[in-house]
Design a binder for this molecule. Structure first.
Ligand SMILES: O=c1ccn([C@@H]2O[C@H](COP(=O)(O)OP(=O)(O)O[C@H]3OC[C@@H](O)[C@H](O)[C@H]3O)[C@@H](O)[C@H]2O)c(=O)[nH]1
Ligand SMILES: [O-]c1cc(O)cc2[o+]c(-c3ccc(O)cc3)c(O[C@@H]3O[C@H](CO)[C@@H](O)[C@H](O)[C@H]3O)cc12
Length: 458
């Protein structure tokens, strides 16, 4: 078990209240604790129960549960972005801001930390600068999604909110021609001009968080997003520290028996697994169309997505006769599954993903073929990295109105599952090269070593 030494650091972690943010902050905490560093991890009370099994060093990583105040518009008991609909994230951000006195007390009293790592709480530097503590803005979304929308070069102000047309053109100096948003998708970024917490827009908050820190850090690597990171560093005039992908070693926990048993019935690499992350909720008609798409592939499939909008279970939204037709080869689960373990199960051959940044790294490290159906803004940019730049995944074609047809989903899955096809062969080869890089002995540990050196040198 790692032990603290006097030269070791004490860091406070304060991620945005979303599973897709708290989980990578905890993965980083585990890597730092492996080297003997001590972590105080601030999170909502309920999230503590959900995440504590991922704390691999409880002697060095201490959870500090926060009391989430009630705010108008926030459903009672809601504490993370998974508990709220898209239009309720702003009250959740307000609630996070109202935890400031609790956060400040922990930072002051909990033997003074050397660093505070945060992402959405743009007010952290106001606390740390008075105490001589360094504030690191640690981003767990891609450099591309920050560089395309949040940079000062966008010159967004209250009087001049950005339009979809402008967002479809990259900001001045943006270094990539492939990792871009198309005109018909640009409306998916317009939320950056909306309130994200009382009296502050999403753009203002994330821009302030990056502008006011001592250094920016990103969960990415130079090999994937080097030029985009340099661009961000120049735009914000801040040192840029990269942690690499920070993926845990294969989990010690076991896959739940029901999924191990079900997956075990099928041939190696034959099952299509689909998950869309911790937040996104499909519309009912799109949910039904996707299920018909999985059915028509002919492959066994395991779909783990939330019940669609307006439904309390997935079953009540099944297409007519669907359950009977796919009996024995198709399962749709409306709850949480152990995604990293399922992805690495020998029977799984294809992952249909929304390409959240966490899922993106997990899929890169797996051997599954990857089909992408991005839903929100940052996921579109991650998809461009994977399918456009690295050419190791296939993006499902959408109709002009954004609709994903069953035919289009089926075609994308079949194109990667057929390893004799040109597409299947190309993505498999490119993916294998990236996977080998990620699993090579020193790749991830090299990034963590450099990150610790960067912190100590600040
Ligand atoms: O059933 C599930 C669903 C998801 N998960 C896990 O939950 C995590 C989801 O994180 P993702 O980043 O992929 O997706 P989210 O929908 O949470 O993403 C959102 O917030 C975090 C950002 O990095 C994403 O880019 C953003 O889209 C992954 O680690 C995934 O393994 C499960 O373990 N089981
Ligand atoms: O979709 C996005 C497009 C984009 O250009 C930038 C971002 O940034 C972030 C982000 C969130 C928090 C940070 O501290 C930094 C960056 C995005 O995050 C997602 O935004 C949702 C807002 O509705 C939020 O609820 C969700 O938890 C975040 O993962 C998205 C984009």
């Amino acid at each position: 078990m790692a032990q603290p030494r006097s030269s070791n650091l004490h860091l406070v972690m304060f991620p945005w209240f979303a599973v897709g943010h708290m989980t990578p902050f905890l993965h980083l905490s585990n890597k730092l604790a492996e080297e003997g560093h001590r972590i105080s991890f601030l999170l909502p009370n309920k999230a503590k129960l959900q995440l504590q099994h991922l704390n691999l060093h409880p002697n060095l990583i201490t959870f500090h549960p926060l009391i989430i105040p009630h705010v108008e518009g926030l459903p009672p008991g809601a504490e993370t972005a998974s508990d709220v609909a898209g239009n309720q994230v702003s009250p959740l951000a307000t609630a996070m801001d109202l935890t400031r006195p609790q956060v400040e007390e922990i930072i002051r009293d909990d033997p003074r930390p050397d660093f505070v790592l945060y992402d959405s709480a743009h007010w952290i530097p106001e606390i740390t600068s008075k105490l001589g503590i360094k504030a690191i803005c640690y981003n767990v979304v891609s450099a591309a999604s920050l560089a395309i929308a949040i940079v000062p070069a966008r010159k967004i102000t209250r009087d001049r909110p950005i339009t979809a047309d402008e967002l479809a053109r990259p900001p001045p100096g943006y270094p990539s021609a492939n990792v871009i948003i198309h005109r018909h998708e640009a409306h998916k970024l317009l939320f950056i001009t909306l309130e994200f917490g009382a009296g502050i827009t999403f753009y203002e908050r994330i821009n302030a968080a990056m502008r006011s820190c001592d250094a920016i850090a990103i969960r990415t690597c130079r090999e994937l997003e080097g030029e985009l990171c340099d661009y961000l560093s120049a735009q914000f005039k801040k040192p840029m520290f990269l942690t690499g992908p920070v993926l845990p070693e294969p989990a010690e926990s076991r896959l739940e028996d029901r999924w191990a048993e079900w997956l075990g019935r099928f041939e190696p690499s034959s099952v299509v697994f689909c998950a869309f992350g911790s937040q996104f909720i499909l519309e009912k008609d799109q949910f039904q169309e996707l299920l018909l798409g999985f059915e028509s592939t002919g492959f066994p499939f395991l779909v783990a997505v939330k019940p669609p909008a307006g439904c309390s279970t997935v079953e009540e939204a099944f297409p007519e006769g669907f359950e009977m037709r796919v009996k024995g080869r198709g399962v749709v689960h409306g709850g949480w599954v152990q995604q990293p373990l399922i992805l690495n199960h020998g029977s799984v051959g294809c992952f249909v993903s929304h390409c959240g940044f966490g899922s993106m790294w997990e899929s890169l490290k797996s051997a599954s073929q990857i089909v992408l159906v991005p839903q929100l803004g940052d996921q579109i940019l991650n998809t461009r990295l994977m399918a456009g730049e690295l050419k190791l995944a296939v993006e499902v074609e959408r109709e002009d109105n954004g609709w994903v047809s069953k035919e289009s989903l089926c075609k994308a899955i079949q194109s990667v599952m057929d390893e004799d096809s040109e597409m299947g062969c190309m993505v498999k080869k490119n993916h294998a090269a990236w996977r080998n890089r990620l699993v090579s002995q020193d790749f991830m540990s090299g990034y963590i070593d450099s990150f610790i050196k960067d912190l100590k040198g600040l």
